[in-house]
Design a protein around this ligand. Sequence first.
Ligand code: NAD
Length: 321
Amino acid sequence: MRRPAVAITGGAGFLGSHLCERFLAEGYHIICVDNFLTGCVANVEHLMADDHFRLVRVDVSQHLVVSGAVDAVLHFASPASPVDYLRLPIDTLRVGSSGTYNALELAKEKGARFVLASTSEAYGDPLVHPQPESYWGNVNPVGPRGVYDEAKRFAEAMTMAFRRACGVDTAILRIFNTFGPRMRPFDGRAIPTFIRQALLGEPITVSGDGSQTRSICYVDDLVEGVFRVFNSDLAGPVNIGNPHEISMLALAEWIKELTGTASEIAFVPRPQDDPEVRRPDITLAGTRLGWAPRTPVEQGLRNTIAWFQEHPQLWSTENLA
Ligand code: NAD
């Protein structure tokens, strides 16, 4: 019997590679589509020997043609860290717009379920806290971060248009900050940056006074949430994230303690439009999917630190090969 096939765009990235692993383990055939803009082959190398894993090097903003059956399209391709999308503003807007269009066309052609990886950044610098899916957000479209936030908001609108106008079976996930093994040490996000700095004994750089908060979800919990949304008939948007909210200063101090580093904490300027607070309201995911994060944040941090310790070659220079 044919295995159901899932095309995962951005499959060689941080989240995408964990999704490839999970869907493969669940008995799916994986078509991992990536152009390695911010991901790398190393993330999926361990899956290459599996006959049910196919890696396709394609820029989904250009085109997305897949031969054979496709039962689901998980659209995760996009630069995701502020360092990446500020360095790649046009690519970010293109993958959110043309890339999402191409991924939706593929789902339409194949009669596949479509799952969009949107983001909590769709809420911008929120005026409602915590953020339920019904909140429309507070985004500065012309600020530097607008390239990411608006690309994702456009992607959500495009997804709903394909659902309403073409009958495509779609779902929108609003993913809150997720962390875990395979985050790039130089991607600029707080957790990999703090861990890298702590392990190197360098100052741990906290922006502003560190009182701004984020809610951080371990990758295994996120993957479980994606899997449940995929298997449901939920259209979303649905928040997937961990309501455990923590200030950036407390996070830096926690990582300092867990790594046992002698690093000092150093305060650096805050980026423009950096959100003040961020916490998901996950009532919808709880009631409709029975989903809630299970991994204690400390356990997730320990796992991530251990992964960094096992890959010391990644810390000294940025290497995407
Ligand atoms: P990542 O940078 O590790 O992965 C993104 C992947 O997409 C990379 O492998 C990259 O090479 C690929 N890609 C980018 N543009 C492409 C294109 N035009 N064609 C083909 N492949 C392309 O980022 P991530 O953290 O794994 O995020 C994955 C998705 O989840 C993104 O869409 C992101 O917006 C979303 N998301 C992530 C988080 C998080 O905390 N990690 C939070 C919210 C939303």
